[in-house]
Write a protein that binds this ligand. Structure first.
Ligand code: HEC
Ligand code: HEC
Length: 376
């Protein structure tokens, strides 16, 4: 008996070793960086829950004063970003960063365990936390979760949806789950890259991406990001300092996060807000490169309006900052090579845009008799 157990254990060890060899060898062969490739399939969320999430996404009542919904800043007609360099914000404030796309955002949780959301990684540790942050953050939707709970309880449609999806009354936790289910549906669908239908030019661009241009050093894996903060020296968008409202919003966010020397910074400090380590000033989390066709302008502050500008920026070796990321250096790309790189970047966007039909949600509350009827 004992002998059997021992040889069983040795067998298991051998099996583990074999599995490790099989898993690791392809990575070593493919180079130092996780290879780019198609996005893995995800489990489809429940349709009823998606419908509830979609309704919340378009509902102005999710914001404190009932003036804005998620879709105002993450517009389905604009790749779920907003087309502006700097995002709008809760009425009375203006934001100091670009609104990121929500397409494929669900993959962040899948690929990166230790980096939060947002350009600087400060928004929540899970997507569910990000939902809470976006809803309650004074500069975004400025909503009190108890008030949201109350508003949902007074809307017969939500009452019905909560009953059907959760078998109970509405709560902010259920709303967050529904919003995440809706985000699960926003994934790249038919990109030439994922379908293996690259043009000859895009193929040349892919070779540059992995070789001479070195983009894969940071934009790697199927999400085209290493999930880590880097300083690429993107120029400041000075509107953050010249527009008093944006300026105040920026200083307020620094203050809320206990950032040292709040009043002294003349730049967006980026990941420093999270780490408080001076070596991280100016670092931002590597964003995905999927769906760029629909999400201009680019970078955390929208300073570049075209992919041509972005590629020229990298061709120069990034911006002027010290210390810049080690991975950057002047690339010496020819005009043909720049065009090929752009063709490759474009092949990472869905052929027909990932979008949904916007919902118009009536903002008046129905007479109480009606909703009592639904509830029973
Ligand atoms: C007033 C504009 C605005 C509204 C309203 C808004 N967002 Fe955002 N959202 C932003 C901006 C700007 C960021 C980036 C913040 C940063 O990095 O400082 C962001 C970041 C995010 C992220 C992180 C994306 C990533 O890849 O890191 C998610 C997810 C998100 N928002 C979802 C939502 C949802 C869902 C709603 C509605 C409940 C919502 N947002 C409402 C502007 C907005
Ligand atoms: C040192 C790591 C690193 C390397 C190498 C790198 N990037 Fe980036 N990339 C980043 C980071 C970090 C950002 C966000 C910077 C910011 O917003 O300030 C970014 C942003 C971008 C954006 C804007 C995306 C958006 O949604 O706004 C594009 C496009 C891009 N990179 C393309 C490339 C290309 C093409 C290459 C190769 C020529 C490359 N990158 C090389 C780290 C890197």
């Amino acid at each position: 008996m004992k002998g059997d157990k021992r040889s069983g254990r040795a067998g298991t060890r051998l099996l583990v070793l074999l599995i490790l060899v099989f898993v690791c060898v392809p990575f070593v062969v493919a180079g130092e960086y996780p290879d780019i490739g198609p996005l893995p399939k995800r489990k489809a969320p429940k349709p009823g829950l998606v419908e509830m999430g979609k309704r919340l996404f378009f509902d102005d009542r999710v914001s404190g004063d009932g003036a804005i919904s998620c879709s105002d800043c993450h517009d389905p007609q604009k790749g779920f970003s907003d087309g502006k360099s700097l995002s709008k914000a809760y009425p009375g404030t203006k934001y100091f960063r670009n609104s990121p796309t929500l397409i494929n955002t669900v993959y962040k949780a899948m690929f990166f365990k230790d980096v939060g959301w947002g350009w600087d990684g400060r928004l929540g540790a899970s997507l569910n936390d990000v939902m809470r942050d976006q809803i309650t953050e004074t500069t975004i939707m400025n909503m009190d979760m108890r008030l949201m709970h109350e508003r949902m309880k007074q809307d017969p449609v939500y009452v019905k949806m909560c009953m059907e999806n959760f078998g109970g009354e509405c709560s902010s936790g259920k709303a967050r789950k529904a919003l995440v289910a809706f985000l699960e549906t926003l994934v790249s669908r038919d990109t030439p890259f994922d379908r293996g239908r690259l043009s000859a030019e895009a193929k040349k661009g892919m070779a540059l991406f992995k070789g001479k241009a070195g983009c894969i050093r940071c934009h790697n894996g199927p999400y085209f990001s290493d999930g880590k903060p880097h300083n690429t020296g993107v120029p400041e968008n000075f509107e953050i300092f010249t527009d008093p409202i944006r300026h105040l919003t920026y200083r307020a966010v620094l203050t809320t996060h206990g950032t040292p020397k709040v009043m002294q910074w003349r730049r967006d400090v980026g990941y420093f807000i999270v780490s408080k380590d001076y070596r991280d000033v100016g670092k931002f989390i590597t964003p995905t490169l999927r769906e760029l066709k629909y999400t201009a302008p680019y970078m955390h502050n929208g300073v570049f309006s075209t992919l041509e500008e972005v590629v020229e920026f990298y061709n120069q070796g990034g911006g002027k900052d010290d210390p810049l990321a080690n991975e950057l250096r002047p690339l010496g790309l020819t005009e043909d090579e720049k065009r090929a790189l752009i063709a490759f970047l474009e092949s990472l966007s869905s052929t027909s845009p990932v979008t949904v039909e916007p919902l118009k949600i009536p903002q008046e509350y129905e007479p109480i008799e009606n909703w009592l009827e639904v509830k029973n």
